[in-house]
Design a protein around this ligand. Structure first.
Ligand code: GCB
Length: 609
């Protein structure tokens, strides 16, 4: 038996350490509220299309050689006169982090390849502390080195990851080097074909997080699924944690509750409550929640609400709700790049509020954690999504694992946000046996991680003359009948729309995840002229007239709030690499259709809460 078990254990050990390095370790909950050194700001960069800093001339990674040396991460800046070094960070320009590289250097606008980043910082590590290098997002693949030593790699452009660098951090000067590669690949998530800009780089914050040796790694607190009088969740400690006392306080609710961890550092929360002021878009009430252990404490602001469907209705805190929404990309049109700051995000969410929204679809991938926190604060419900988009490699187990990992990290990160009511597992994925299995497994995964929210996907439709049917088999496993439809743009024309009849084969709330038409802001013509504001406005009028007749219509997120950059949009007169389906232009100008939808939402608010 020994002969079998020992090698088996060895394999498990090797595999598990490999996984940690590939996907990073479990990220800490609410990293921004921890003690940290902020590593944002100016990072030196080297553009490296041939990965000279990573591979030798036989294409072997330097970091896998015996010495582990030879790559740009060695950061040799003052070689002696006999040493040949073919790079030097010190004489290179800088990129701002957070921020994609495409919008910061004209020669990187269309670049898809490798860029090296380097930043110096000073630290004073203490023996009784842990240190984690935390990246809020890097697109797409990153290799991270601290003081010339590899700390790990990560794949996936929109979710956070971290590495424990406690043993590698030095007193005084340190330097961190990150190799980022944003080349699109068929088996990745997303795959090679998307309708958005493939912004590369360290697009979100970088922190060096400090914790005590035993620390609060994760926690969840939400209202129990079918019982709004009970708070449920857990706290998870990391470190030496058996039978440790934890205190949870919500002063405004007079709650002070003591828990005890089990051998895994885990403690379950069940706290009865009275008189909760429920969170909703009209009343985005957040409570101060304090969690403390013997050596650690963390504060968060959490809202409490319930969400469920009953037949074709959606109930928020047991009240029927119409989702007045809009779809949003993670992009600041004014700079043609990813959102970089809280101010950028407030601008986007402010526009959604002006439109009269109570709901947004954060398409087509996991957005910045700050975006979700702001949605909590200002009162916007959220559809959160993963980049399982169009036709990815359904039969490849690694692709599935990658999609599941990205989904898991997103749910782990945002599970305490009252604003998030829907987890979406994908967008416009074409029906096939393999796709149904892949997506079905993702749905099961979401439910196993979080049974308190709705699960959806942007399904596809079928057309036959003026009859449109929604019967995607995946719909049986989902909570909503949600789908994208482009009547009046990719098929048919606006004036024809009211003739269409919709048959939706699910007794579930209908939430239209997309419809839209392009218009170039400032281009005026008659309503039949494609690309004009008048045409987009007519399109909205006819769409809304058509959709209003659908039995069970409970919401929508038209495509899209703002024009966004896309390499697929090539018309030099009207598009110029912008998808023009925005209700707002890339310079922030509201198009006519903005007001059509605003009016419709105002009417909905008056007639139907
Ligand atoms: C879609 C996609 C979205 C595209 C949009 C379009 O169905 O979900 O990502 O940008 O259509 O404009 O074609």
């Amino acid at each position: 038996l020994k002969k079998i078990i020992i090698p088996l254990l060895l394999i498990v050990f090797i595999l598990s350490s490999f996984c940690t390095s590939v996907m990073g370790q479990k990220t800490i909950q609410h990293a921004f509220a921890r003690d940290h050194i902020n590593l944002n700001g100016s990072w030196k960069y080297i553009i490296d299309p041939y990965q000279m800093g990573y591979l030798d001339y036989r294409q072997k990674p330097f970091d896998q050689s015996k010495s582990g040396k030879g790559g740009f991460y060695d950061n040799i800046t003052s070689p002696d006169k006999k040493t040949r070094v073919e790079y030097n960070f010190d004489f290179e320009p800088s990129l701002q982090v957070p921020g994609d590289w495409n919008s910061q250097d004209q020669k990187l606008l269309f670049y898809e390849g490798t860029v090296w980043y380097k930043r110096d910082f000073v630290a004073d590590p203490q023996a009784n502390k842990n240190y984690f290098l935390y990246f809020a997002a890097v697109n797409y693949e990153s290799h991270v080195y601290l003081n010339g030593e590899k700390v790990g790699t990560h794949k996936g452009g929109f979710t956070p990851f971290q590495f424990d660098v406690t043993s590698k951090l030095k007193k005084g000067n340190n330097y961190v080097v990150v190799m980022v590669d944003n080349v699109r690949k068929k088996d990745e998530v997303p795959t090679i074909n998307t309708d958005w800009w493939n912004y590369g780089g360290i697009t979100r914050d970088v922190l060096l997080v400090t914790t005590p040796k035993s620390f609060i790694e994760d926690y969840k607190m939400q209202l129990a699924k079918n019982d709004p009088t009970k708070l449920e969740g857990f706290v998870k400690l990391n470190g030496n944690t058996n039978k440790e006392k934890l205190v949870i306080e919500i002063p405004e609710l007079n709650i002070k509750s003591t828990l005890e961890t089990d051998a895994n550092g885990y403690a379950k929360i069940i706290i009865p409550t009275k008189k909760i002021d429920y969170w909703s878009p009209e009343n985005p009430k957040l409570y101060d929640v304090k969690i403390s252990s013997k050596s650690d404490k963390i504060n968060d602001k959490i809202g409490f609400r319930t969400i469920k469907t009953v037949g074709k209705d959606i109930l928020l805190n047991d009240r029927s709700l119409f989702l007045k929404g809009i779809s949003v990309h993670d992009e600041n049109p004014l700079v043609g790049g990813r959102l970089r700051s809280e101010g950028d995000m407030r601008m986007i969410l402010g526009w959604a509020k002006q439109l009269g929204c109570n709901y947004i679809r954060l398409a087509h991938y996991t957005h910045n954690e700050t975006m979700l926190r702001l949605a909590d604060e200002i009162g916007l419900l959220v559809w959160a999504e993963v980049p399982v988009y169009w036709t990815i490699s359904w039969s490849n187990p690694d692709t599935y694992k990658n999609a599941e990992d990205q989904l898991t990290v997103a749910i782990e990160r945002d599970k305490n946000r009252a604003s998030v009511i829907i987890w979406s597992v994908g967008n416009e994925t074409p029906v096939s046996k393999e796709r149904n299995v892949f997506m079905g497994k993702l749905i099961d995964k979401v439910r196993s991680l979080d049974d308190s929210r709705l699960v959806a996907a942007a399904l596809e439709i079928e057309r036959n003359g003026y009859d449109v049917t929604v019967e995607d088999p995946l719909g049986d496993k989902l909570d909503l009948a949600s789908f994208n439809e482009y009547g009046g743009w990719y098929w048919s024309e606006p004036k024809e729309l009211p003739k269409y009849k919709w048959e939706i084969k699910f007794n579930k709330p209908v939430v239209i995840s997309e419809f839209g038409a392009d218009a170039l802001a400032g281009y005026h013509a008659d309503e039949d002229t494609v690309w004009s504001e008048e045409h987009q406005q007519l399109f909205y009028e006819k769409q809304l007239e058509m959709l209003d007749k659908i039995d069970g219509l409970r919401g929508m997120t038209p495509w899209i709030l703002v024009d966004f950059k896309s390499p697929r949009r090539q018309n030099p007169v009207y598009q110029n690499f912008w998808n023009r389906k925005g209700l707002i232009s890339e310079t922030g100008v509201k198009k006519k259709a903005f007001y059509t939808l605003q009016n419709y939402y105002q009417r909905k608010s008056l007639n139907n809460k």
